[in-house]
Design a protein around this ligand. Structure first.
Ligand code: GDP
Length: 197
């Protein structure tokens, strides 16, 4: 798939106010600073479709983008940023869980994790929650340009070892770098394949 059309539609913090259209949608979520905005910009070949986070923790909204006029890309708030107050953390957790629980148009979620870090409890817990709630997801490893291939393999094996303690299979995953444009084709082809089903 080539993205020829990408347009911002709406931001809000309430799943009931998300677009009513029945277009399939794909949600991108991860810890603040994981590289989500950069990845969305890479995927869509835009410099600043998604706002890269000058102020981590501030972009706490559900952002819908219409892609090629036939699917929605959804940029969800970053989770787990320490400077977000406890009360606002609670608010966005609630609307994130409501989004995943009630958004029927959601085809799959992409959970972004920084390839450089060891598996983090907050990411594992979030994926566990998605799995328990029957929400399909894939992992996107970001910033792959920062590590050598062997280190990438080791980090992915760490994830596999931990996840296979509770899961039958390792979730589907992608290795990406927004600065080196790695993983764009794989991700877009994957979405294309799901859109055709
Ligand atoms: P967000 O908070 O998840 O939206 O993260 P951003 O896209 O704003 O990126 C956070 C920081 O990571 C910025 O300094 C980016 O330049 C950097 N970054 C994002 N993606 C990559 C990548 O693929 N490679 C490298 N080396 N840095 C990246």
């Amino acid at each position: 798939m080539v993205i020829k059309y990408a347009e911002f539609v709406v931001s809000n913090s309430d799943v009931s106010k998300c677009p009513k259209s029945r277009l399939p949608e794909y949600a991108f979520i991860g810890r603040s600073n994981v590289g989500k905005s950069s990845l969305i910009n890479m995927l869509t070949n835009r410099k600043s479709l998604a706002k890269t986070s000058g102020k981590p923790g501030k972009t706490q909204l559900i952002n819908h983008f219409l892609i090629n006029k036939n699917w929605h890309l959804v940029d969800l708030p970053g989770y787990g940023y320490a400077r977000v107050s406890k009360s606002s953390k609670k608010v966005f957790q609630k609307f994130i869980t409501q989004y995943f629980s009630f958004r029927e148009q959601l085809v799959t979620a992409f959970v972004l994790v920084d390839i450089r870090h060891n598996p983090q409890p907050i990411d594992l817990e979030f994926m566990q929650w998605l799995g328990e709630n029957g929400i399909p997801f894939s992992i996107i490893f970001t910033k792959a340009d920062k590590l050598k291939p062997k280190a990438i393999e080791n980090h992915i094996n760490d994830y596999k070892n931990i996840m296979l303690e509770t899961w039958e299979d390792m979730p589907n995953y992608f290795i990406t770098s927004s600065t080196k444009n790695i993983g764009q084709d794989e991700l877009l082809n994957y979405i294309d394949g799901l859109n055709e089903n």
